[in-house]
Write a protein of this length. Structure first.
Length: 153
């Protein structure tokens, strides 16, 4: 997402070179900052709406539904499918050194965990009700979904 910044800087430079620089500088700068901000928002929207989603059903082992999530520039899978009423263990394998991904939050189940680099950190909870719940990185830039289905389905 930071890759937007150089583009914005280049636009600001172009504006400063125009002959109207002294009079109009504050306005182009404001427009540049606004455009940069809108660009970032757009990029985030694009990321959330159109980036590839992968869904994976948790596998039942020892009465626990288990799923491994690779954390590397985001989460894979982005959607985890589990069954209500049974313990869930999410194994987060963090391979990305970015500080953005050093923590995972599952607010609906009151869980948070610090992820050690190149290690698997497990988070356990038992969803009692069907529905869709979110898990995110510490700063909520990356998001994933936990889909809790009825036992019959
Ligand atoms: Cu983050």
């Amino acid at each position: 997402m930071l890759s937007v910044v150089p583009t914005h800087a280049a636009q600001a430079n172009t504006n400063q070179e125009s002959p109207f620089q002294k009079i109009q500088q504050p306005l182009p700068v404001k427009i540049g900052v606004t455009a940069g901000g809108i660009g970032l928002i757009g990029l985030e929207l694009w990321w959330f709406l159109f980036s590839e989603k992968t869904a994976k059903k948790a596998e039942e082992k020892d009465d626990t539904q288990q799923v491994t999530i690779t954390v590397d520039g985001g989460c894979d899978p982005t959607e985890v499918i589990v069954t209500a009423g049974k313990p869930v263990r999410m194994n987060f394998h963090r391979r990305d050194p970015s500080s953005c991904l050093q923590q995972v939050l599952i607010p609906d189940f009151n869980r948070s965990a610090d992820l050690a680099l190149n290690e698997i950190t497990s988070v356990e909870f038992t969803p009692q009700e069907t529905g869709e719940y979110e898990f995110t990185c510490g700063m909520k830039m990356y998001r994933g979904k936990i889909i809790v289905n009825d036992q019959q389905t």
